[in-house]
Design a protein around this ligand. Sequence first.
Ligand code: GTP
Ligand code: MG
Length: 289
Amino acid sequence: MNKQPFKSGFAVLIGRSNVGKSTLLNTLVGTKVAITTPKPQTTRFPIQGVVHDDRGQIVFVDTPGVMQKAKDELTKKLLDSVRQSLHDIDVLIYVVDPTRQIGNEEKQTLKMIEGVDKPKLLVINKVDERSAQRNIDFYRDLLEDHFDGAIELSALKGTNMDILKDWIFEHLPEGDAYYEKSQISNIGNKERIAELIREKLFLRLREEVPYSVHVDVHEIEERKNGIMYIRADVLTTEDRYKRMIIGKGARGIKEISQSTRNELENVTGKKIFLDMEVKVDSHWVNRFN
Ligand SMILES: Nc1nc2c(ncn2[C@@H]2O[C@H](COP(=O)(O)OP(=O)(O)OP(=O)(O)O)[C@@H](O)[C@H]2O)c(=O)[nH]1
Ligand SMILES: [Mg+2]
């Protein structure tokens, strides 16, 4: 029997904020690698998720969403990290959200990928949404100018994932695996838990508050009584945000802690003790990269 050559490479997910890149990554990998929320700018650094297959290995790279208002320091840094992610890739997956119109931001994002000389796939996501039909033809027209293929799918429902993987394998180079079979991501436990806490903060907080927040997990320790002890700092830029995060009678922070623990206990099967402190640090963005 003729054995097919093993293929491997990096497939980078690029697109505006909130189009569903992280949701797509999680569905493809089959587990929660990246956090997802209905708010823009959820993802803050490239996260890799690995799909192992008989044909080879796809390393998906989820990136921060491109946002037009690049005036604040965080947005500038996120945009830089998207630009960095466009180097050393094998396939580009450009994700769009047809429930929204093509505006200047989409055009700016398209400009960013113009110079990328690799196979480019247009992924039209969220086709399960009724309102997707309104703009879908405009997005289909994008194909002619910019892309080597297009797939319409729903990352949330998991439709057309096989077609997506087939397309990528067709366009990946031959090569050795980058990851061991048992590995599905490049992010460590501390980062993963920090991201989970940030997800809960994003889901609970309004307006600009989530963007003022950074989470550091300093310690994870399995104690003799079987309890997993986690110590984390929630940093925010202003005292008034700190008060909003903590909430009246500490209700806010208790809820965030509770929902983080619930999810971690479900995933790990262990009892979790979460020691979380909210601190004001107006300079975390400067240190962030
Ligand atoms: N209906 C529907 N909603 C989706 C789909 N994919 C993602 N979403 C929703 O869209 C929102 C944004 O999803 P994310 O995966 O966080 O989007 P993202 O592109 O990673 O966003 P940033 O990290 O901010 O750039 C969430 O509320 C998702 O549940 C889909 O296929 N259908
Ligand atoms: Mg994301």
